[in-house]
Design a protein around this ligand. Sequence first.
Ligand code: SF4
Length: 399
Amino acid sequence: MEANAGSILAPVNYSDDNVAKPLENQPVNFYSLTLEDLKAYIKSKGKEQFRAQQIFKWVYEQRVTDPEQMTNLSKEFRQDLPAILSFELPPVLQHLKSVDGTQKFLFDMKDGMSVEAVVIPSEDRLTLCISSEVGCNMACKFCFTGKQKLKRRLRTEDIVGQFMQVHDRLAEGQRITNIVFMGMGEPLDNPEAVFKTIDVIHSPWGINLSRKKITVSTSGIVPEMWRVADAKVRLAVSLNGPNDEIRSQVMPINKRWDTKTLLEACKEHYRVSKDKITFEYVLLKGITDQLEHARQLVKLVKDVPCKINIIPFNEHPGSGYERPDDDTIQAFHTELMNLGAHVLLRRSMGRDIFAACGQLTTVKERPQTMDISNSRLAGLPKYKRELLAAQEAEQNNQQ
Ligand code: SF4
């Protein structure tokens, strides 16, 4: 991607000490590795590098993880393999099926932590909505996950592991056709693991799913958005407010990167990728569902080639928000269409098993504001922090 120093999407480098690292002298988890990683790793163990390709074929093409069955490896290598590589996947704690065909999986992430992934069927596709973090610091007010502060960023193997566990449990003839990073967590708050996972998912030596079938959804971490275009996958942005006042009310991140900054980044994304952006817009009764809001929304995104997904709010305990009635939802949809927007009214799937958009969680508390004290954002370079602080102060003065 052409992200130069003057670009709003210029890359930001910062250290990452919050991603769990594998323990020394333990076998490395295979699902954490790219082909190049495995080649380098087994070379360091005194083995032939071409074995890496053979192992990838066994695991991702044949779904064979027992070294004894990897018959084109030498007997000696098969015996050594368990000490070098583990093929452990996050255990499935619960698997629920909705009356509408949606399936929800709860995964054990150790130390009492868990995440959920959801499989959503539609006419011509089977979409996996995948989690990237345990909890989330973004604290979007309408989101159940936002009730739980960030506990841990998932490792690559935790995210790839969700895919493999779901894949291994699908009915015969079924396969996942699309992946959306819209489960628990903000993917751009965990970019190393998320984009390495994407590498595994789209590469021919890995899961081999087209890049255009992969979507990363962000609440609007502007300095990390360049990565989405760089990975050549699709971008979705949770907008959820037609102006700064309402968006800041429901999404605290808007106080850090306001709609003007966010929309500029979206324009830049389109310029580089030529991919339309999907804006997600949750309809909250009396907050974001008025016809005037529809008009403001169209005006807000008018310079960005996009489609708008409108999502009637899915209730969860203690949210303080309500779902608009069907007439209001329909009127909002019609107004957007009359104004020429490319709009999709998303059918809520899996509400009976608490798997619908914004309903994923495992715990009970909600942070009131976006807390970045243990976030990667806290590690931004000093000049960037100062710039953001100045922008924030200016916005506060204007309010
Ligand atoms: S909507 Fe996404 S970014 Fe916002 S709190 Fe929920 S999981 Fe985090």
